[in-house]
Write a protein that binds this ligand. Structure first.
Ligand SMILES: Nc1ncnc2c1ncn2[C@@H]1O[C@H](COP(=O)(O)OP(=O)(O)O)[C@@H](O)[C@H]1O
Ligand SMILES: [Mg+2]
Length: 225
């Protein structure tokens, strides 16, 4: 199970955001750190085709994100920082069912998947609740449930803990690391990456360190603080 980033550059107009990036991602727990504007979100979004390379290619298993976006998005789920950006339907159960439906699953499979993830995330009792009046924590659970309802092999998180206090950040990170999927997490909370297999440090669109959490975090903290 591999995501291959092959000599990828991303430009927005005249601005180069990522430059000649090559990475072979296969570990189960990968962290991405770096200063604001270093290209972390752009890199994260490349992984499921939300952003396409200006040059080079991104290949998930055998699928090029440029030509096989729908296949890629079945394999790679993406969890936004802001749960509100992820929740699209009026009620909890409808929201979880939305992804599987949109990907063309048969109605009985949509129902089975929905029921399973609602139970898994302790949302079964809330299934008919209006999404807008959920608590912040419940919304986060729902956003993740909606992504996992597609049964992805990889889940990419862009700053999942940035808006949380330390206690909630730790709880959210425990839930993330307990997932059976391959997980890629962009974060500023570097201490939460302890126990990850690999941490990548970005600086101005380039990888400046790609190592164990201990080494990568030390590099990042030494360089910037
Ligand atoms: N769609 C876009 N159009 C123009 N510039 C963008 C776009 N997305 C990101 N950028 C710019 O690319 C740089 C890297 O952004 P981003 O990947 O969001 O970094 P990070 O997540 O590390 O803060 C920033 O300077 C940002 O302003
Ligand atoms: Mg970002």
């Amino acid at each position: 199970m591999t995501i291959l980033i092959d000599n990828v550059s991303v430009r927005f107009g005249d601005v180069s955001v990522l430059e000649g990036l090559s990475l072979d991602l296969r570990e189960r727990r990968i962290g991405i750190i770096g200063n604001n504007g270093s290209g972390k979100s752009t890199l994260a979004r490349l992984l499921n085709g939300l952003v396409l390379p200006s040059a080079g290619r991104v290949v998930v298993e055998a699928f090029d994100t440029r030509t096989h976006g729908a296949d890629v998005r079945k394999l790679v789920g993406f969890v936004f920082q802001n749960a509100d950006a992820q929740i699209v339907m009026p009620t909890v159960a409808e929201d979880v069912a939305f992804g599987p439906k949109a990907h063309g699953l048969a109605p009985q499979d949509v129902a089975a998947r929905t029921e399973k993830v609602l139970a898994q995330f302790n949302l079964a009792a809330l299934k008919d609740r209006a999404c807008f009046n959920l608590s912040g924590g419940e919304k986060q659970s729902l956003a993740l449930a909606g992504v996992l309802a597609l049964d992805p092999r990889w889940v990419v998180f862009d700053e999942p803990t940035t808006m949380l206090d330390r206690k909630r950040a730790k709880t959210a990170m425990n839930a993330i690391t307990a997932l059976p999927q391959h997980v890629i997490v962009v974060t500023h909370h570097v201490e939460l990456l302890e126990g990850f297999e690999r941490v990548i440090v970005l600086e101005a669109g380039k990888v400046v360190c790609d190592a164990s959490p201990r080494e990568a975090i030390a590099h990042y903290l030494d360089t910037y603080i």
